[in-house]
Design a protein around this ligand. Structure first.
Ligand code: NCD
Length: 304
């Protein structure tokens, strides 16, 4: 039985097969409409979410399966003091597969160790968010044609943004990728990530001003300042509008640069950018459903 804790749990070849399957689902959805008849997905969300939880629900429903779960720790027995290990033992009796989001780093891993069913990490604290990374990689592969040979700028909260940490980890495996980290001093990417890049000889630079690097980027990954992971409100207020991507800044970019964002957006992308053909973040959300459908089929070992 397989779980998904980190994007690196799959080899590059396995990821390619997963993305091929996701593209096939996109093209021929009817073929997969009953692939999960009689199967149940449990969504155990101890932290707020719109996209991740609903895209998992949409994915399982589009495969013909059913969904049970909770969307808030307060409405689960966690509020009575139940441990994640006990909860997953119970969920294993009720469902065939589980997607879990938790504010504590490593909680889905603890669950996986005690689980009789595949567990998917749907975001653990500031650590990892592998299914968002699968979404990001599928979007890049589908819209750019390949995973490699580009300069990617990651902008915003690079310290607390788990989607950023997961994506960098995953991209390291592909050829000829250059990273540009754009953040205020206080929200720089953690040292363990820059150490890992140095150890692998992967080029990166850290800058503060987005405008200066915009013309060189092939991809721009914007992120929200992670309010819930700040220790004080004052710092959040000072940093939250540090970057606002608008039409003036887009005018500096390449004609075929793509803007990605895991969403939700707050102020970091002005709505005027939404109509720019290079804005790919809403298309990205669609790819999130296809890739979660492919992931459910793969972990349940269902062949169509
Ligand atoms: C992200 C998350 O939860 O980390 N959202 C998502 O799952 N699409 C990004 C965020 O909350 O900023």
């Amino acid at each position: 039985m397989r779980h998904l804790m980190s994007p690196l749990d799959f080899t590059a070849n396995e990821l390619d097969r997963l993305f091929d399957l996701a593209n096939d689902i996109e093209r021929y959805p009817d073929k997969y409409a009953h692939a999960c008849d009689g199967r149940i997905l449990a969504t155990c969300f101890y932290e707020p979410s719109t996209r991740t939880r609903l895209s998992f629900e949409s994915a399982m429903t589009r495969l013909g399966g059913r969904v049970i779960g909770f969307s808030d720790a307060a409405s689960s027995s966690a509020s009575k003091g139940e441990s994640v290990s006990d909860t997953i033992r119970i969920i294993s009796c009720y469902a065939d597969i589980c997607a879990m989001r938790h504010p504590k780093e490593g909680a889905p891993m603890v669950a996986a160790e005690k689980s009789d069913i595949p567990v998917i990490n749907a975001g653990d604290g500031g650590h990892q968010h592998p299914t968002q990374t699968l979404t990001d990689l599928l979007t890049i592969r589908s819209l750019k044609g390949s995973l490699g040979g580009f300069t990617i700028g990651l902008c915003g909260d690079l310290k607390f943004g788990r989607t950023v940490h997961s994506l960098i980890n995953a991209l390291v495996r592909y050829d000829d990728i250059r990273f540009v980290f754009i953040s205020p001093e206080e929200l720089r990417v953690p040292d363990y990530i820059t150490e890992m890049l140095k150890a692998n000889g992967i080029p990166y630079e850290e800058v503060i001003r987005l405008e200066n690097v915009m013309p060189r980027l092939d991809l721009l990954y914007m992120t929200r300042v992670q309010k819930e992971r700040f220790f004080n409100e004052e710092d959040y207020v000072r940093l939250k509008d540090f970057y606002i991507l608008n039409s003036d800044k887009m005018a500096l970019a390449k004609k075929d640069m793509l803007v990605l964002h895991p969403l939700p957006r707050v102020n970091e992308i002005s709505v005027e950018v939404d109509s720019d053909p290079r804005a790919a973040y809403f298309r990205q959300a669609k790819y999130g459903v296809y890739v979660r459908m492919a992931l459910i089929l793969t972990l349940l070992e269902i062949q169509v």
